[in-house]
Ligand binder design. Structure first.
Ligand code: GLU
Ligand code: ZN
Length: 495
């Protein structure tokens, strides 16, 4: 028999910004579909109207677009099993919830919030876990009629079998089973306002959208027995479950805001490249082999497979992501990088479009130097701003190396002032031995010697290589800046 086409979905609830964990789920589904010639479906699970926000939905679309992830079926693009937005499918959920009542797998429950509250209090007193007491599971027709006459709007609850086990299997986690008496007693499928709960809508949609595999976060494992019971009640076959390895922070705790920002919006604003995020996030809980680290989107679209998921939790390490980002920045051509950096430079007021020919010239020369230094795109104003504008102030703590004092720093700045012609004329290789010899003669460390120069000329410790920077600035401007610092320090020393 021919294998059915792989059909997978990413089914976010638009109740918050897209974060690392969600994006990993989206990517794995997308890659899995691509690698198998299948379909990647986007479904919006927006039945929680209280927590829904337009902002989350916009953020979802713009994040996927930024990552270059396109869905084959879903909102905007449509498809044969739409609509792909749950709030547009409520009629279907109502119809199928009713069918379960008719087939005896579900029932109307008329319990008022007050009754449920009382029940909860009683159970708390008796130190029992809260669970619905199945009060309405076996109402007589007369009792039911009485509730109806009283105008109470019922919910629909699923009949979980009272005995036995629910057995199921997860591709990654293996076979599992749960005692039916441990499944939450008779979960609500349809709320009294006619809206479905997550469980009902999710199962119905996966069935009608012909989903073959469910790849999602492990936090959903506890829902599997209930979903399996729902599939049974409908007489449907559940898809293959594959719950993805957890995402942890470097301290081994589940990744959360405590570890730092996790929303893609923040990563984007800071100037991470989509290639870097996509590459690194794909390695959380998945690896191709023991050594390979670099993957483009296109490569993952071919290579991704479930067999290479790790059972152990994956770690999201901010430092490692930064490293990837630096690598991807260095892979860009100067022209590509310039285009990416312009918004940051403009926002900082360093250049203005259209640029003057002079600005353009400086920028063209600065980008190759900056490329080596950038961790994030947003670093750029700090890294090359000094080429466009002299520093206005100096941080003396940065200027004066730890083991040196003001007087000594002043002396060394005077040495630098005298060396300007050499900085300009000699090549970087040729100047190195000259600098070393000078440092030996003066009894100062090369690192300290150059840091004084760097801070004096650029106002920051993170500028591009200093000799190249001086060549770009020119002798006159460099001289002016060094003199300015000399004067400041002189004033302070003589005070
Ligand atoms: N709407 C659920 C979520 O926000 C979907 C879970 C699932 O994939 O079944 O994660
Ligand atoms: Zn009830």
């Amino acid at each position: 028999m021919e294998k059915p086409e792989v059909r997978v979905r990413y089914a976010p609830s638009p109740t918050g910004l897209q974060h690392i964990g969600g994006v990993r789920t989206a990517l794995f589904n997308y890659f899995f579909a691509r690698a198998n010639g299948g379909k990647f479906i986007l479904r919006i699970e927006d039945t929680d109207r209280e927590r829904y926000s337009d902002e989350s939905l916009d953020d979802l679309y713009s994040t996927l677009e930024w990552l270059g992830v396109k869905w084959d079926e879903g909102p905007v693009v449509g498809g044969p099993y739409g609509p792909y937005v749950q709030s547009e499918r409520t009629e279907l959920y109502r119809e199928y919830a009713k069918k379960l009542v008719e087939s005896g797998h579900a029932y109307y429950c008329y319990c008022t919030p007050e009754r449920l509250e009382e029940l909860r209090e009683k159970q708390t007193k008796e130190k029992k876990d809260f669970g619905y007491d199945r009060h309405c599971r076996n109402l007589t027709p007369e009792q039911e009629q009485a509730y109806k006459d009283a105008g109470i709007k019922p919910v629909i609850r699923l009949k979980i079998p009272l005995e036995g086990y629910t057995e199921f299997e997860d591709f990654l986690l293996g076979p599992m089973k749960k005692r039916n008496s441990d499944i939450s007693p008779d979960p609500i499928l349809l709320k009294s306002d006619g809206f479905p709960t997550y469980h009902l809508a999710n199962v119905i949609d996966d069935h009608f959208m012909k989903i073959t595999h469910i790849l999602r976060a492990q936090e959903w494992v506890p829902s599997i027995p209930l979903h399996v019971q729902l599939y049974k009640a409908f007489g449907w076959e559940p898809p293959v479950y594959c719950h993805l390895p957890m995402v942890m922070g470097s301290d081994g705790q589940k990744l959360s805001k405590r570890h730092g920002s996790t929303s893609l919006r923040d990563f984007r604003a800071k100037g991470y490249l989509p290639e870097a995020i996509l590459n690194y996030v794909s390695l959380i809980g998945w690896s191709y082999d023991d050594s390979r680290e670099f993957f483009t989107r296109q490569e993952l679209e071919e290579l991704f497979c479930l067999e290479k998921l790790n059972k152990a939790p994956g770690v999201f390490d901010y430092k490692k992501l930064d490293w990837f980002n630096g690598q991807y920045i260095r892979k860009k051509t100067d022209a590509e990088l310039t285009e990416l950096l312009m918004p940051y430079l403009e926002k900082a007021g360093i250049v203005h479009t259209p640029m003057t020919p002079e600005e353009e010239e400086i920028l063209t020369k600065a980008i190759p130097l900056a490329k080596e230094r950038l961790k994030y795109l947003s670093d750029i104003p700090e890294v090359i701003g000094f080429l466009f504008k002299a520093p206005e102030s100096y941080n003396t703590e940065e200027l004066i190396p730890k083991k040196l004092d003001k007087e000594r720093t002043l002396e060394l700045l005077n040495v630098h002032a005298g060396m300007i012609p050499q900085f300009i004329e000699l090549s970087e290789e040729a100047i190195e031995p000259v600098l070393r010899a000078k440092c030996d003669e003066l009894g100062v460390k090369l690192g300290d010697f150059l840091m004084i120069l760097r801070v004096a000329v650029t106002g920051t410790k993170i500028s591009p290589p200093i000799v190249g920077s001086i060549k770009l600035l020119g002798a006159e401007e460099t001289e002016k800046r060094i003199q300015k610092v000399i004067n400041i320090l002189k004033d302070e020393v003589t005070k």
